[in-house]
Design a protein around this ligand. Structure first.
Ligand code: PEP
Ligand code: MG
Length: 937
């Protein structure tokens, strides 16, 4: 044989050099394998499970896997093979040939191989694979003779040139496809499968000339050269744009790299006793325990993917190939029992013989994940509760709580923004909040489309099914408010250009007019013209069971951010153990209230202001009564007024326009005078940077009557509800504290009014006064602030804003660029920056507890429902996290998982200490955890 000698030498060289070079190649064949599931990081998911299955005695074609370390060394060397790699590959190939009993390039009995990618986490379809490698002008004849099937051999060759041309030689696949279509037309047939051998042979000649003309070189005939080029191409496919994008979306590290598996080909396309398919050990959509899958007779894997023919359900295999079906059923049961998880299995049948080409933990919907985890732990007793809890992705639970676009829907989106909540919505486009309210009253479903929203728009947002904005990030006003309601919201859709004047928006070439129906896919941020089918949320028994387990297991507790009795009720339904943030300003926007709020702001003197403030008191008290009732006996943290006052007035631009118009025309003098006053007040309130201006406790200190009224309303409500026999635990929270003096003063103000109410009502309701920590300075002087505060709550929206110096509302302008250039790993307003903002939080907790051991500490920024941020909050010893009601189940699961993972890490560390005294850090940790769980309940 042409390369017998060189392979023997390679094997010797490989053995010789193995002391110096790392082991890059791991073989598997005939029941023996060098790797196992434990080597996932080194061999990738596909490679390690092929090794594991081989050892289990599952029929897997022989092969070998090149490690991710080889990929790393290849990249480090500037895309060159590291020393020793190629000799190990050829040695691996020799082993594979021995196991298969055929040889690569043997003209009489050629071995064909597939070259497959495989990262440690599955990245379906993102990287490349080459099939049928080893074919050339001589081996194709050998294959035809051996299989006595000329058509099959030439079909494999044309497929190989197409795939190799596309993946390895970077030839546009269409160059082959147009010729294939022309050949079908010439032969007068519809599908590839109907092309006769002669036509395929001609096609191969054409394909080779495509390669020659596009690369300037003939199609490589040497199988070893083919192999080397294919391995490099699969290595390089890690950097393909789609793979890079996929990793960014799924937050997978760039440096993992891919392993490459070289495996003997088996053929599902050699006749009616052959076929190929994919099956799941349970239904991946519902989680039901039933064999699920599809197969195609007389086909190769790519036919299934290409959708050229419609596959048959797996049950049909029972009648078509009963023996194969029985064997496959036994194997899927065996694999599921072995991995103790639902498996997604690829198989091929070659002339009645079954081969398993891949098994992996099957992707599933959130509903299926929950059902499978709970059933495996309860009915089947295959996994313990902790394992079941770890099996469900916390963020995926959100899918179960809102309406979503039917995953089977097919559509083309006209624009894409940031998905602020996963809920979907269908409705008629409106541009004005008032119109949204009007139409909703007429029971029409609407989508409010705005450049951005402001607190004034809240009624319209609430009335709408969904909100679309062209500006703003994930913590913009629209996103925060909609998330609180679990409402569909897509923000920062840069392609959407709103033309309010003409009642339309444009997105690329599409023009969408008011009244036209659109669908917002909240899960993806897509904007779609027309109606797409939506599916309802499901609350299965398994979901409730899993949530119960999570609550039992979590030591970091979960509260909700809720501003109304209705939100509070929803929060309880979803399992919140209290409210971590009531934003009282949201209560100011009610139809009857806004005129009074405006009166309060417009007041010329203290007396007038007090009069307006007093009118607000009953409204606030009623809200608090409703919230306390809904939440009893759990604590409710109410934040005193935070936003700058101008937010409650009409927009300056609009006032000025109307004022100027009336000025010019000279009629309606009353309105003109009214607008003049508003304009003057707005000018007086104007700030260059309102987010860093007159807001938070600065407002309460300079207008003490506002905070006095709010404290009174809270305490009167608490006393009333306590009088009904319910337990109330009000926690009054001061926003935006930055200095000890601010805390001391607002604490005194609060205590004075609270005590007054207690003495008036004779109800000794216990209350607490604490503060938000959202100004970096507050975290640094937390030890002093804790002298006056009974609890802390980290406002990580503002803390992120002030730590980075990024405006919450304007980050959308540069964030996409920063993410693309990897200047930021994530949107820091969505995923907590543990290094910077998190460090301030750690310092704040540590210093606060230095003064008050066991100080109650929570988080109420948007990060409180984001799983990785919840895990971090748990690690730094937070008492609770607080998030929107719809995120509560997500946060419970994330908190439970954090606890489990911490326990696992501790027992691992404990094992390493082998009986010595437990490490100090871990003991301290356990102590603080103990305190936390007691104080939280
Ligand atoms: C925060 O800043 O994190 C917070 C919860 O307050 P708001 O979003 O209302 O400013
Ligand atoms: Mg804030």
């Amino acid at each position: 044989m042409a390369h017998t000698g060189s392979r023997k030498k390679a094997r010797q060289r490989s053995r010789h050099s193995s002391a110096r070079t790392p082991k890059y190649v791991y073989a598997f064949a005939n029941g023996k394998a060098e790797g196992s599931s434990a080597l996932r990081n080194l061999l990738g998911g596909k490679g390690c499970e092929l090794a594991e299955m081989t050892k289990l005695g599952v029929p897997v074609p022989p092969g070998f896997t090149i490690t991710t370390e080889a990929w790393a060394a290849y990249n480090a060397a500037g895309k060159k093979h590291p020393p020793g790699l190629w000799s190990q590959v050829t040695a691996g190939l020799a082993g594979l040939e021995a196991a298969a009993g055929t040889r690569l390039g043997d003209p009489a009995r050629p071995l064909l191989v597939s070259v497959r990618s495989g990262a440690r986490a599955s990245m379906p379809g993102m990287m490349d694979t080459v099939l049928n490698l080893g074919l050339n002008d001589r081996t194709v004849e050998g294959l035809a003779q051996r299989t006595k099937n000329e058509r099959f051999a030439w079909d494999c060759y044309r497929r190989f040139i197409t795939l190799f041309g596309d993946v390895v030689l970077a030839i546009d696949r269409r160059a082959f496809d147009v010729r294939l279509d022309a050949a079908k037309a010439r032969a007068g047939v519809k599908t590839d499968a109907d092309l006769p051998a002669g036509a395929l042979r001609e096609l191969v000649t054409e394909f080779k000339s495509v390669v020659q003309s596009q690369t300037g070189r003939p199609f490589p005939q040497d199988p070893l050269e083919q192999l080397r080029l294919a391995i490099d191409a699969v290595f390089d496919s890690w950097w393909a744009k789609k793979a890079v994008d996929y990793r960014r979306i799924h937050r997978l590290p760039e440096d993992w790299g891919t392993a490459v598996t070289v495996m003997a080909m088996v053929f599902g396309n050699v006749g009616p006793t052959s076929g190929t398919g994919v099956c799941f050990s349970r239904d991946p959509a519902s989680g039901e325990r039933r064999f699920f899958g599809e197969f195609l007779v007389n086909a190769q894997g790519e036919d299934v993917v290409a959708g050229i023919r419609t596959p048959e359900p797996i049950d049909a295999l029972k009648t078509r190939m009963p023996a194969v079906y029985r064997k496959l059923t036994a194997i899927k049961d065996r694999l599921e029992a072995h991995y103790r998880d639902m498996q997604d299995i690829e198989f091929t049948v070659q002339e009645g013989r079954l081969y398993i080409l891949q098994t992996r933990s099957g992707k599933r919907t959130a509903a299926a994940a929950v059902r499978i985890a709970v059933e495996m732990s309860t009915k089947e007793r295959r996994v313990d509760r902790d394992t079941a809890l770890l099996r469900v992705e916390p963020a995926s639970l959100h899918q179960l709580l809102v309406k979503t676009v039917d995953p089977r829907a097919k559509y083309a989106a006209i624009a894409r923004g940031l998905p602020a909540t996963p809920a979907a919505a269908v409705g008629k486009v409106v541009f004005e909040p008032e119109r949204a309210v009007d139409m909703a009253l007429r029971e029409e479903k609407v989508i409010l489309v705005r450049t951005e929203t402001s607190p004034e728009d809240v009624a319209g947002m609430h009335a709408a099914q969904g909100v679309l904005t062209s500006r703003g990030g994930l913590t913009s006003h629209a996103a925060v408010v909609a998330r609180g309601w679990g409402k569909c919201c897509v923000v920062g859709a840069g392609d959407v250009v709103v033309d309010e004047e003409n009642h339309l928006f444009r997105a690329g070439r599409a023009v969408v007019r008011e009244g036209q129906v659109i669908t917002l896919n909240g899960a993806t941020g897509e904007v779609i013209v027309g109606t797409q089918p939506l599916v309802d949320p499901t609350f299965s028994d398994e979901f409730k069971t899993l949530l119960g387990w999570a609550r039992d297991r979590a030591t970091t507790r979960v509260r909700a951010n809720a501003d109304t009795p209705a939100d509070a009720t929803k929060a309880r339904e979803f399992g919140a153990e209290g409210i971590g943030l009531v934003r009282t300003e949201h209560m100011f926007f009610g139809e009857e209230r806004i005129p009074i709020v405006r009166e309060m702001i417009m007041a010329g003197d203290l007396q007038a202001r007090k009069k307006a403030v007093d009118q607000l008191l009953p409204f606030q008290r009623e809200d608090f009564i409703g919230i306390f009732r809904a939440m009893a006996p759990h604590p409710v943290t109410i934040r005193l007024l935070d936003p700058p006052l101008h937010e409650f007035l009409p927009k300056y631009k609009e006032v000025l326009e109307e004022y100027t118009r009336l000025d010019a025309r000279g009629f309606n003098p009353e309105r003109h005078a009214e607008l003049g006053l508003v304009k003057a007040r707005l000018e007086a309130l104007l700030e260059a940077n309102p987010m860093l201006g007159h807001r938070g406790c600065r407002l309460g200190i300079t207008f003490p009557e506002i905070y006095d009224m709010q404290v009174r309303a809270i305490m009167e409500a608490a006393c009333e509800v306590a009088g009904e026999g319910l337990t109330v635990e009000p926690e009054i929270m001061i926003p935006l504290t930055g200095t000890v003096a601010e805390m001391k003063l607002t604490r005194e103000m609060t205590d004075r009014v609270a005590r007054q109410v207690i003495s008036e009502t004779g109800k000794n309701v216990r209350y607490a006064v604490g503060t938000m920590i959202e100004v970096p300075r507050a975290a640094l002087v937390a030890d002093r602030i804790a002298e006056h505060a009974e609890f802390f709550s980290f406002g990580t929206n503002d803390l992120t804003q002030m730590t980075y110096g990024y405006s919450r509302d304007d980050i959308g302008k540069f964030l996409p660029f920063y993410l693309e250039k990897k200047l930021l790993p994530h949107d820091p307003f969505a995923v907590l920056d543990q290094r910077g903002v998190g460090e301030l939080m750690r310092i704040g907790i540590e210093r606060g507890r230095r003064t008050v051991p066991g100080l109650k500490v929570g988080i109420c920024g948007e990060h409180g429902g984001e799983p990785s941020s919840v895990e971090f909050c748990h690690r730094i010893g937070m008492t609770y996290v607080s998030c929107s009601p719809y995120m509560v189940p997500v946060a419970w699961l994330a908190a439970a998982q954090a606890e489990i993972k911490e326990g696992e890490a501790q027992s691992k560390a404990g094992r390493q200490w082998q009986g010595e005294a437990q490490p100090k850090a871990s003991r301290a940790n356990m102590q603080s955890r103990h305190r936390r769980s007691k104080s939280a309940r």
